[in-house]
Design a protein around this ligand. Structure first.
Ligand code: ZN
Length: 111
C-alpha cells in the first residue's frame, strides 16, 4: 500500500470531519468490494469436489478453477480513528456512505 499525499486526503467518509479532527494521528483507508456470488459456478465446483471424493485441492487443480463470485462495485475511503473505534454501522451502510467518497479512492488508485 502506498502513503497518502496531500491530494489523497479527504474528510472521513462517515463523519465528514477532517481525518485529524481532535488531534487524531491515525486513520484507516478502507476498500470494500461488493461481490455477487455465481450459484452455477459454485454448483459446478461443488460437483467436481464431490467427484473427487471431497478433495478440494484436487478438484481445484483438475477443474477450471473459475471465479465463484464477481465484483459488482468497489469503493475506497478514509475513515478517522474516532469513527473506526466508536461508530457502529452495518458494512453495507458504510459502503453506501463511501459512495460519495469513492471518486477520491479511485483517483488515488490511478496515481
Ligand atoms: Zn469520522
Amino acid at each position: 500500500m502506498s502513503g497518502l499525499k496531500r491530494n489523497d486526503i479527504q474528510p472521513c467518509a462517515l463523519c465528514h470531519k477532517g481525518l485529524m479532527a481532535g488531534n487524531q494521528i491515525a486513520g484507516y483507508r478502507v476498500k470494500i468490494d461488493h461481490m455477487l456470488f455465481d450459484p452455477g459456478a459454485i454448483q459446478r465446483a461443488h460437483g467436481l469436489e464431490m467427484m473427487m471424493g471431497g478433495h478440494v485441492a484436487l478438484a481445484t487443480a483438475l477443474g477450471p478453477d473459475e471465479a465463484l463470485a464477481q465484483e459488482v462495485s468497489s469503493s475506497t475511503a478514509l475513515i478517522c480513528q474516532a469513527c473506526a473505534l466508536e461508530t457502529r454501522v452495518s458494512l453495507a451502510e458504510v459502503f453506501e456512505r463511501m459512495g460519495t467518497a469513492s471518486e477520491s479512492g479511485e483517483r488515488s488508485d490511478d496515481n
